[in-house]
Design a protein around this ligand. Structure first.
Ligand SMILES: C[S@@+](CC[C@H](N)C(=O)[O-])C[C@H]1O[C@@H](n2cnc3c(N)ncnc32)[C@H](O)[C@@H]1O
Length: 211
């Protein structure tokens, strides 16, 4: 029941400030009482898609909505590239720092101007951030600005949010800036006794910024 309330709470956030408040309460217990107890698979799945599609030149990696660092943890075990984490919640980033897998951590709202130079990032990876109550399609404009030509994107987008938030239209709008995206559907959680988790489906969206 506790987990159900948390997922509902997370999905009904309205503003970036709401995210800061929710994740402040949640940061310390997120890995145990959400990720572990709900068999949350997205960070591992997204990391695997990333590793399958990335090249040596796709560096540094920016983990968008890095949270407590679960993507960084999987990527660090399996590759030697520099990983930068960015998140709006200082409390989540504090937990990520403890995992010692990021070269730097940036506290910023990615729906605003991102404090990174044009064409400075080799790849963007993200799990659990493009979802209900969190970050919508317009953040792709800033991410495209900071990524180098040819840079890789591997993003999880909640499948119901994809339709509701207008990602389809956004991908049509930016089609001259990116390669044809590949969409791979997967379940965010392994089989769960709490039914709410079995319904969460994700698109892994994989594409490159055009040269
Ligand atoms: C469900 S957590 C996912 C964390 C991690 N990637 C994972 O898969 O465990 C979503 C994260 O997105 C962050 N977030 C929400 N809105 C954001 C925004 N506007 N800018 C940056 N980060 C944001 C939250 O603070 C939170 O850490």
């Amino acid at each position: 029941m506790v987990n159900k309330i948390k997922l509902d709470e997370a999905y009904s956030l309205q503003t970036p400030d709401d995210s800061v408040k929710l994740y402040k309460k949640w940061a310390k217990s997120y890995d145990e009482d959400f990720a572990k107890s709900s068999n949350y698979l997205s960070p591992q799945k997204i990391s695997n898609f990333f590793l399958k599609n990335s090249k040596n030149t796709d560096t540094p990696i920016l983990d968008v909505g890095a949270g407590t660092g679960l993507v960084g943890k999987f990527l660090k075990i399996n590759n030697k590239k520099e990983i930068i984490g960015i998140d709006i919640s200082s409390d989540m980033l504090h937990q990520a720092k403890l995992k010692k897998c990021y070269s730097s951590l940036i506290e910023a709202d990615i729906t605003k101007k991102i404090p990174l130079e044009d064409n400075s990032i080799g790849a963007v990876v993200s799990a659990g951030t493009f979802t209900h109550g969190h970050v919508g399609p317009d953040a792709l404009d800033e991410l495209l600005r900071i990524v180098k030509p040819g840079g890789l994107f591997v993003l999880s987008i909640n499948s119901k949010f994809f339709v509701k938030a207008g990602f389809k239209e956004k991908f049509i709008k930016i089609n001259n800036l990116i390669s044809t995206p590949l969409f791979e559907k997967f379940s965010a959680h392994a089989k769960n006794i709490n039914k709410i988790y079995n319904e969460v489906e994700i698109f892994a969206c994989i594409f490159r910024k055009k040269l």
